[in-house]
Design a protein around this ligand. Structure first.
Ligand code: HEM
Length: 156
């Protein structure tokens, strides 16, 4: 239950980091363009000696790689596995829902936003908030189950 709770809280916190990182990144892009920088195909495809958009480069790396592609998917997968042992009421359903929403967030909505229309980007933002809400709910259920009388402290 403890591991389940910690993972659920970690996912909720990482979603907040995602929101911060993407805002940081886009302010960086705006500043870069206002200072005369050009973002075109050549800029985006650059592999060597590339022009930097400053510290906002780190923000995009955090959002689109470290956090978005590695940490959050990994935490949600481990949470799903842990949920089978944690005995949190509705814990498996909540963990499975989080996992599905993460797949939507990382694979489906970015693809739709690029291929169909940028309006799907709004769903990427909204889905992140729903995901965070469910992660908080999962953490609260684990905490309540840990406090319940007669519950032996369990590592998972
Ligand atoms: C669970 C939380 C989140 C995850 C796992 C996540 C993951 C990702 C990933 C993997 C990408 C790159 C997609 C690709 O290029 O194919 C991306 C792009 C993006 N995300 Fe998120 N994201 C999350 C939350 C958010 C939030 C809260 C916002 C804003 C409110 C946001 C806004 C964006 C935007 C604007 C892009 C496009 C950036 C660009 O193309 O330059 N994301 N996200």
């Amino acid at each position: 239950m403890k591991a389940y709770r910690i993972l659920a809280i970690t996912i909720a916190v990482l979603v907040v980091v995602q929101a911060g990182a993407i805002a940081w990144g886009f302010f960086g892009v705006t500043n870069f363009i206002n200072d005369g920088g050009v973002i075109d195909e050549e800029f985006l495809d650059c592999k060597e000696d590339c022009e930097s958009i400053g510290s906002a480069d780190a923000a995009f790396a955090i959002h689109m790689f470290f956090n978005g592609l590695i940490l959050i998917p990994l935490c949600s997968l481990v949470l799903l596995i842990v949920s089978f042992f944690a005995k949190v009421p509705k814990g498996i359903t909540l963990a499975a829902t989080i996992f599905v929403l993460v797949v939507l967030q990382v694979l489906v909505l970015p693809a739709l936003s690029r291929e169909v229309g940028s309006g799907f980007g709004a769903l990427h933002g909204i889905n992140a908030l729903v995901l965070m809400g469910i992660a908080i709910m999962a953490a609260q259920r684990a905490a309540a189950a840990m406090r319940a009388p007669g519950t032996a402290p369990a590592a998972v």
